[in-house]
Design a protein around this ligand. Structure first.
Ligand code: C2O
Length: 345
């Protein structure tokens, strides 16, 4: 059977995934009895997510205003599920054992290190983006993506590094602020040219060379009764995790908040921009002309479901099946070069 959405009413204490130590946070969502089965609104025109290093002034002004309003909700009404901390806590609740698996109270619900990784984060960003749009009355608003797979995007995007911006977060590794080049292999290489070459090699490997089956890319099966964390796909294990580690702040011992731990990562606005590119990698992978089948057809995958609050504060139930084709969700990614595609050193 597929993984069922969590029961918010029985949400409990969050703990660190590696150590099991309790975390000093309450990340349980607001409770409501009314749950609606979510229907994707009809798509008239695709909203296009831009690369973060190339956004226009007008776009940035909107994004900052939306973030300002989302942060303001924390003060105006901390129980509003659209607020900044409430949104960050979604990640904590789904990833630090606050929710149990329905029907298996000894098993934590965990959306990482398994085949729910891409679908869960796609839906998470989808509502986060709609909430931001709603807060500025712009239904066409899109998140940007951190284009770390392209040499032009291999730095922390500048728009997140302005200390007076609501996109800024002080809890980041100070040595990795711009103009530092990201190290997707966490190799410690110091030469920038070599780092870029290595990054492209890693991308080619996790998107193509190391992927011999659908599961290799998507992550291991995770169904009702499965133990948490059966195994990561290549992208989750590689570039995805590296970016978290690279941005997380080593001054915050031991969890490297914000980006360095599940429970706190959503407190950094950069997290959503990072995951926008992770999501883009899934969408690109589905178009690659490699021999591996691109979609999982198992009902236990397609019928897995999650709960999110939408932009109107309604709790909705969403299915994995409805997020496989992101264009049906009304958005796409601006086309940019993917130099790793042909990158065989
Ligand atoms: Cu849910 Cu990048 O982690």
């Amino acid at each position: 059977a597929p993984i069922q959405p969590p029961e918010f009413k029985v949400c409990g204490e969050a703990h660190d995934v590696e150590t099991g130590d309790p975390l000093d946070v309450n990340c349980c969502p607001p409770v409501t009895d009314k749950i609606i089965d979510y229907k994707l609104p009809p798509v008239t025109k695709l909203r296009v997510r831009p690369p973060a290093h190339k956004v226009t002034k007008e776009y940035l002004a909107k994004y900052e205003e939306a973030m300002r309003r989302m942060r303001a909700l924390d003060k105006d009404d901390p129980t509003d599920p659209r607020g900044f901390m409430q949104q960050a806590n979604i990640h904590c609740a789904y990833c630090n054992g606050a929710h149990d698996q329905v029907g298996f109270k000894d098993l934590d619900l965990q959306v990482h290190e398994c085949w729910l990784f891409f679908p869960f984060h796609r839906w998470y960003l989808y509502f986060y983006e709609r909430i931001l749009g709603k807060l500025i009355d712009d239904p066409n608003f899109t998140l940007p993506f951190w284009n770390w797979d392209n040499p032009k995007g291999m730095r922390m995007p500048k728009i997140f590094d302005n200390e007076t911006s609501p996109l800024y977060d002080a809890n980041r590794n100070q040595s990795n602020r711009p103009p530092a080049i990201i190290d997707l292999g966490l190799t410690g290489i110091t030469d920038d040219v070599q780092k870029v070459v290595n990054n492209l090699t890693i991308m080619h490997s996790e998107m193509i060379r190391s992927v011999n089956s659908t599961i290799d890319f998507m992550g291991q099966p995770y169904k009702a009764g499965s133990l948490p964390r059966p195994g990561m796909g290549t992208s989750e294990r590689g570039s995805h995790t590296a970016v978290h580690v690279w941005v997380g702040d080593p001054r915050n011992d031991p969890y490297h908040e914000d980006m360095g731990n599940f429970y706190s990562t959503g407190r950094d606005p950069l997290f959503y921009c990072h995951h926008s590119n992770v999501d883009r990698m899934w969408s690109i992978w589905r178009t690659l002309k490699t021999d591996v089948p691109k979609d999982l057809n198992e009902p236990d995958f397609l019928n897995a479901s999650f709960l999110f609050y939408d932009e109107n504060k309604q709790l909705v139930r969403v299915k994995v099946a409805d997020c496989i084709d992101h264009t049906k969700m009304g958005y796409d990614y601006e086309k940019v070069d993917t130099p790793w595609l042909k990158y065989k050193p």
